[in-house]
Design a protein. Structure first.
Lengths: 385, 306
């Protein structure tokens, strides 16, 4: 097992820059997710790591070895593709055997018919490895079938099996779940995470689905416009985004954003409502205040610092109920999370009062960067909602 | 649902045309092959299998099969192989690929009769460009090749009129004319090979071009290959126009280029021996039918993976 380093990677297709100076260190054995909207360069970065694409500048190293000039076949990485890319003319067993056959056998051993006779011992060993992998993935009954006879989920497993069978340095996965239906996708999330725990190998996983990134990874890198905006554990990315684009991208439903200003007392306020205390920021700077739906709750009475919105839509997910509220006369839309039993009989068009929970708001400056909250609350403002 | 006769109105015209212009002529040819019928001869005699036994025993027809199979088994592998090779080369380059496609496809588009005249000039024993060019090489290191030295001493082959060379020369022209067509079919096949399969092969450790070809390109071209091979077989069995253009009388030097189509034409049309002509036609039909059945079987069994 070895760590992977990407140093100042740049890539442009013609005049269009796709990756702008990416630095990324992937620890040995971790599950790292590259997540971002489509076109952000995450797949390109993975393909550069795999060697299928050459970077315009920068270096890729696996362990201590710089692999820029090394072709993909010699990097000992395994890749799972979005379309699975199984060889349609080979049975699942032969598909899984292919990487072993190409790596471990001499030219003579690869000859049809004669090869298995010449390298009988090796073939037995290879078949044993395939069977072992198939047992782990529970695809033993499918080994003799062709990919065309399998369902999407079974093909997904077969593709995983082909990647696993030769014990690579790292697994690269390019949106492997996006061709599956929703229920299977959620099931495979936990299965992949378990697989990672048992294999203890590095996984580099590319997805556009922030839920997959949050649920599976040890660390996730949020990419946008060819840059890594933030790299960290899923908790940290979710609770402590450093950039407004990260805050917006991660979390479903999306974070609520309200325009505001920082007043002379160093408080971020939206209209009359003080939403958060900021450090020694410049007064009257225009800011954006972010509040996640679960950071808001319905107000009992006419509490101080509460906001009012008109209910435009209610989204019932069973355990949670999301209220879509139109605030400031329809200028903004906010989503508040409640439990179904808390809401009572509110119907569309009613006014709803809600307040933020203490200490949860995030304040972003005009450049989209996070403004740090002050460590010590200013004594002059005792009762800030 | 009420039973109506409407379905006959839908299938009727197609059925009628199929019977009249496809099945009946075949049936009539089959019947004629058991007679000694000739045009204008009102009372043809039933001769049973005589015509067929002639085909199997007489030396003319032995030559016919020899010429046909020589031609077919040279033209099919070479035109398929060259077509595939050209397609792979053109597919791998982006520069001038349209130009190459056009050039290789030109012989397919050209009228073969006109091209045959050009080849006849080029291969003329004394004034043709081929032998003239070969003579230029005399006296150089090429003479170390025995065949070449022989040509320099006693004259180069007369190609189209030499009975040892004639069928191979005609086959060469068949390859020249046909492989562009196969190339176009293969190019179409190549565009449908998913790129991700090549990436998967590379990740799996396919280092050489041959490995990638064996693992991805060749299997994915399976359906195309079956089609290309079948079409090439049928086209080469049907070769007629070059033979007719080069040898309007009698199928080449000592009948060495006496291919089936030409035999049918000669017997049935030129000599008005409908019976034997029909018998050759039936044999020809059997060959083509056999090829088609093999193609269907292969397509269903082997090359469609889904």
């Amino acid at each position: 097992m070895s760590a992977i380093h990407l140093d100042s990677i740049r890539k442009s297709f013609g005049e269009t820059p796709v990756l702008k100076n990416i630095d990324l260190s992937i620890r040995a054995g971790e599950f790292l997710t590259l997540v971002g909207p489509s076109g952000c360069g995450k797949s390109t970065l993975l393909r550069i790591l795999a060697g299928l694409e050459a970077p315009s500048a920068g270096s890729v190293s696996i362990g201590d070895r710089v692999v820029n000039g090394v072709r993909p076949a010699n990097r000992n990485l395994a890749m799972v593709f979005q379309s699975y890319a199984l060889y349609p003319h080979l049975s699942i067993e032969d598909n899984m055997m292919t990487p072993l056959r190409l790596r471990d056998l001499s030219t003579a051993g690869r000859l049809p018919w004669i090869g298995p006779l010449l390298a009988r011992e090796k073939y037995r060993e290879m078949r044993r490895q395939v069977e072992e992998t198939a047992r782990v993935l529970r695809i033993e009954p499918l080994l003799q079938r062709k990919p065309g006879q399998l369902s999407g989920g079974q093909r997904q497993r077969a593709a995983l099996g082909r990647a696993m069978v030769r014990k690579p340095v790292a697994f690269l996965m390019d949106e492997p779940l996006s061709n599956l239906d929703a229920a299977l996708r959620i099931h495979m999330r936990s299965e992949l995470a378990e697989l990672h725990r048992s294999l203890k190998t590095t996984f580099v996983y590319v997805t556009h689905d922030q839920a997959e990134a949050l649920t599976m990874s040890d660390r996730m890198a949020v990419m946008m416009d060819g840059d890594i905006l933030q790299l960290g554990a899923p908790d940290e990315i979710y609770n402590n985004p450093q950039d407004i684009r990260v805050a917006e991208f991660v979390g479903a439903p999306k974070i609520n954003l309200l325009p505001g200003v920082i007043d002379s007392a160093g408080q971020a306020r939206c209209g009359d409502v003080v939403l958060s205390r900021v450090g020694v920021g410049a007064a009257s700077e225009k800011v954006t205040i972010g509040l996640r739906p679960e950071h808001l709750e319905l107000a009992g009475g006419d509490e101080k610092g509460s906001l009012t919105g008109r209910l435009v839509h209610r989204e019932n997910l069973g355990a949670d109920l999301y209220l879509h509220l139109s605030v400031q006369d329809g200028a903004h839309r906010m989503v508040v999370r409640t439990a179904p039993h808390e809401i009572g009989r509110v119907s569309i068009g009613d006014d709803v009062r809600f307040v933020r929970k203490r200490g949860e708001a995030m304040v972003f400056g005009a450049d989209g960067k996070r403004i740090r909250l002050s460590e010590t609350p200013a004594a002059a403002v005792p009762e800030v909602a | 649902m009420a039973r109506t006769q409407a379905h006959w109105w839908f299938v009727g015209p197609a059925l009628f045309l199929m019977v009249v212009i496809l099945l009946m002529p075949i049936g009539i040819a089959g019947l004629l092959s058991f007679t000694e019928y000739s045009l204008g001869n009102p009372d043809a005699h039933w001769v049973g299998l005589d015509n067929y036994s002639k085909i199997l025993t007489r030396s003319t027809y032995e030559k016919m099969f020899g010429a046909t199979f020589r031609y077919v088994f040279v033209v099919v592998p070479l035109s398929v192989g060259l077509g595939l090779g050209a397609a792979l080369l053109i597919h791998s380059t982006r520069r001038f690929s349209d130009l190459y496609k056009t050039i290789y496809f030109l012989p397919v588009m050209a009228a073969l009769i006109a091209m045959a005249i050009v080849w006849e000039f080029a291969l003329h024993p004394t004034i043709g460009i081929v032998n003239r060019t070969l003579e230029q090489g005399c006296g150089t290191f090429l003479e170390t090749w025995g065949w070449y030295a022989e040509g320099c001493a006693n004259g180069f082959p007369t190609w189209l009129t030499d009975r040892h060379y004639a069928i191979w020369t005609v086959a060469f022209i068949g390859v020249w004319q046909g492989f562009g067509f196969n190339m176009v079919l293969y190019l179409a096949g190549l565009t449908s090979v998913p790129r991700e399969l090549y990436h998967a092969a590379e990740m799996d450790g396919a280092r050489s071009a041959w490995d990638r070809f064996r693992l991805v390109t060749w299997p994915m071209l399976g359906p195309t290959t079956v089609f290309v091979v079948t079409i090439s077989f049928i086209r080469s069995f049907q070769v007629f126009d070059t033979v007719e253009a080069f040898y309007p009388q009698g199928g080449g030097p000592s009948k060495s280029v006496y291919v089936m189509m030409f035999a049918i034409y000669e017997k049935a049309i030129q000599q008005n021996l409908m019976g034997i002509g029909a018998a050759i036609t039936v044999v020809f039909l059997a060959f083509v039918m056999l090829l088609t059945v093999i193609q269907r079987w292969l397509v269903e069994r082997r090359v469609h993976y889904a």
